[in-house]
Design a protein around this ligand. Structure first.
Ligand code: ADE
Ligand code: ZN
Length: 359
């Protein structure tokens, strides 16, 4: 039987109308589609690598690094994030960083991850593209072998840099084409609209890459329209400001364009005053394909399960809503149809077994 038929049967059961417990959320099989590798650098690893590589940081201890993580907006975060990424120097450093994140995938029951890397952050300071992607892929392969983690890699262009720099980065990516699934766009959103990158994304699409862009995180709904109409995106990172434009909401629902939403990130970067103001359940209720993600977990106070827990603390989240979010995470991914069916089956079995135990 196809997973979609079983899912519909599951959705009719009374048990899934109850509130999702933390135990239920923790074990839920899920995919993560919006994770910046440099945003999973823990303060401890940052401190250790700074010492190992003799990189000066303006902090004397791990505690001082943690205390510095108070942000007022996206740019105030990015300034620290790029400074932190400066401690990464060798292929082994990128391996260690990626391996650390993969262990969190295992702990959070993430069966599939689509991990983003920003090569320009590193090539601009003299670290080679091959060093970055080599260490990252080696750790991903090890986690696939050792605990079955499924993965895809996304390369992001930094939008505060020029379109020419993005085009140069795309040339390097073409040498690793078989290993990179998608091309995205991140960094400072305001003042750097998707239209700045129309030509380079047209080239990326022609080369067969999937297309993603951060849009509507801090930027207006028009940036989301530009990502759709000019960049021809397959998926949008964030997209939360779509709810200021009813026509856009309708379009996203009708075309099922996925939004990879990052609840803790949005609160930590002051898009919302608190989690209760978040619009993820409003969008889910309007049939928009939203997913939950951690964005930059070591900077924003939590990995993927922490994001689910924060939502459950702020909203009366039912099992069915949590299942829909996990379901969306697989259907919005760039894996093949049979792989999606395989993971959705695991999700269904998990819910059945969990509820059979909880009499
Ligand atoms: N790079 C890392 N995290 C980001 C975010 N939340 N928005 C834009 N660029 C980023
Ligand atoms: Zn992001």
């Amino acid at each position: 039987m196809q997973a979609s038929t079983e899912f519909n049967q599951l959705a009719r059961l009374d048990k899934v109308k109850q509130l999702a417990s933390k135990a239920f959320l923790a074990g839920l099989p899920k995919a993560e589609l919006h994770l910046h590798l440099d945003g999973s650098l823990s303060p401890q690893l940052m401190f250790d690598l700074a010492n190992k590589n003799s990189v000066a940081l303006p902090y004397q201890s791990v505690e001082e690094i943690e205390a510095a993580y108070q942000f007022s907006d996206l740019q105030s975060f990015l300034d620290l994030y790029y400074q932190g990424a400066g401690v990464l120097q060798t292929e082994q450093d990128f391996y260690d960083l990626t391996w650390d994140y993969c262990l969190h995938c295992k702990a959070d029951n993430i069966l599939h991850t689509e991990l983003s890397f920003d090569p320009q952050t590193h090539t601009q300071r003299g670290i080679s593209f091959d060093t970055v992607i080599g260490g990252t892929l080696r750790a991903l392969k090890d986690s696939e072998q050792q605990f079955g983690l499924s993965y895809k890699l996304m390369l992001n262009f930094l939008r505060h840099l020029s379109a020419d720099s993005a085009a140069e980065t795309l040339e390097s990516a073409l040498l690793w084409k078989e290993k990179i699934t998608s091309i995205g766009l991140d960094s400072s959103e305001l003042g750097h609209p998707p239209s700045k990158f129309t030509d380079v994304f047209a080239k990326a699409k022609a080369e067969g890459f999937k297309i993603v862009a951060h849009a509507g995180e801090e930027g207006p709904p028009d940036y989301i329209w530009q990502a759709i109409n000019l960049l021809k995106v397959d998926r949008i990172d964030h997209g939360i400001r779509a709810d200021e434009d009813p026509k856009l909401m309708e379009y996203l629902a009708q075309h099922q364009i996925p939004l990879t939403v990052c609840p803790l990130s949005n609160v930590r970067l002051c898009v919302y005053e608190d989690m209760q103001q978040h619009n993820i359940f409003k969008m889910l209720g309007q049939n928009i394909r939203v997913t939950v993600n951690s964005d930059d977990p070591t900077y924003f106070g939590g990995y993927l399960n922490d994001n689910f827990f924060a939502l459950a603390d702020a909203f009366p989240m039912t099992q069915l809503q949590a299942i829909q979010l996990a379901h969306n995470s697989f259907t919005a991914s760039f894996i093949s149809y049979p792989q999606k069916q395989f993971f959705l089956q695991k999700l269904i079995s998990y819910v059945e077994q969990f509820n059979a135990k909880e009499k």
